[in-house]
Design a protein around this ligand. Structure first.
Ligand code: ADP
Ligand code: MG
Length: 332
């Protein structure tokens, strides 16, 4: 059975249409990430799925049932937000138990589920603490625990890691991935961060201005982006775009080349180094080409290259991407 199916979903606020004709399917157990720049409609789409906003038109189907008129609490979903929204006066345990108490679940069931969620999220030692006595990462785990205890058919996450620092973001990301493996429940996860999308998703939905640009597995999108937007959005540092005249492919306007496909050599691209980022494992060079464009080369390892050095970069033409005048990918 499909966990979620959206058909021709549109959403307007007054005159302004922010979601245009969204079609997508989330399979049972799948981890699907909606990714796109800020303001592209990710949260609105998630809220339409949750029932916190009504779709202006189209159908929302969860586990085989059309839920357009079903209230959020009856949709079998649980949502985790960026702001943890924990009750400050309640203990971790009571925060996690609250929704079950409100649903009048038996005490033994509540106890069982809270204990199970606390174990999964390594919160067992903190059950009696209040949110103020926890770190940001622990608070976000409690917010996730509050969703887990409800045994939803579908989890919805809206930028759950945005308030955490970089190291915690990575840890919590790995915890969410492991939670998904353990629970095997469908998840829809919204983020503006392409790294989260690439590392967490079974399937990525790239959104732009309220439209789906492309849907596919992370490496499918990385290796075969449908257009220049998807090509530039996924991957860090992002793909370089230069005038396709450089190679001369009929009909091509833009040549795309990923930073990791560039190497020092007597190559096609000549320019001057304007900046060097030494990351230890990699060295990123910003190079201003002689024809004026600036590109990034990601070189493996530590390189002895100085700012202002004149260099040449080369790439294998088999690694190049081509885009036409409408920014659509041209298949070789
Ligand atoms: P994202 O989560 O991708 O950053 P949102 O879904 O929050 O984007 O917003 C998409 C667009 O819809 C934005 O232009 C935003 O200003 C607009 N929008 C969101 N909620 C409302 C609302 N309640 N009323 C009017 N406009 C809204
Ligand atoms: Mg948002």
């Amino acid at each position: 059975m499909t966990a979620l199916h959206l058909e021709n979903v549109c959403k307007s606020f007054g005159e302004v249409e922010v979601l245009h004709d969204i079609n997508l399917t989330v399979e049972e157990g799948e981890f699907v990430v909606f990714v796109g720049p800020s303001g592209c409609g990710k949260s609105t789409l998630l809220r339409v799925i949750a029932g916190l906003e009504d779709a202006t038109s189209g159908t929302v189907e969860i586990a085989g049932n059309v839920v357009n008129t079903t209230p959020p609490a009856k949709r079998g979903i649980a949502m985790v937000f960026q702001s943890y929204a924990l009750y400050p006066h309640l203990s971790v345990k009571d925060n996690m138990a609250l929704a079950l108490k409100q649903a009048k679940e038996p005490k033994t069931v509540i106890e069982e589920r809270v204990t199970e969620a606390a174990r999964m999220l390594s919160l067992g030692d903190y059950l009696d603490r209040r949110p103020a006595e926890l770190s940001g990462g622990q608070r976000q785990r409690v917010a996730i625990g509050r969703a887990v205890v409800r045994h939803p058919k579908l989890f919805l996450f809206d930028e759950p890691l945005s308030n955490l620092d970089a190291a915690l973001r990575m840890n919590t990301r790995i915890e969410i991935a492991s939670l998904h493996r353990t629970l095997d429940t469908s998840m829809v996860y919204v983020t503006h961060d392409q790294t989260e999308a690439m590392t967490l998703a079974d399937k990525i939905v790239v959104l732009r201005d309220g439209r789906v640009e492309q849907i596919g597995a992370p490496m499918e999108l990385y290796n075969k982006p449908a257009n220049k937007f998807v090509a530039g959005f996924l991957g860090a540092p992002s793909m370089n775009f230069v005038d396709a005249k450089l190679i001369g492919k009929p009909g091509a306007k833009t040549l795309g080349i990923r930073p990791e496909h560039l190497n020092l050599g007597e190559g096609q691209l000549k320019g001057t180094v304007t900046h060097v980022e030494r990351l230890g494992g990699d060295t990123n060079l910003l190079v201003k080409l002689n024809d004026g464009e600036t590109i990034t080369a990601r070189l493996f390892g530590q390189r002895d290259v100085a700012v202002d050095a004149a260099i040449a970069l080369q790439f294998d033409e088999a690694d190049a991407f081509f885009f036409d005048a409408e920014d659509q990918a041209m298949v070789a």
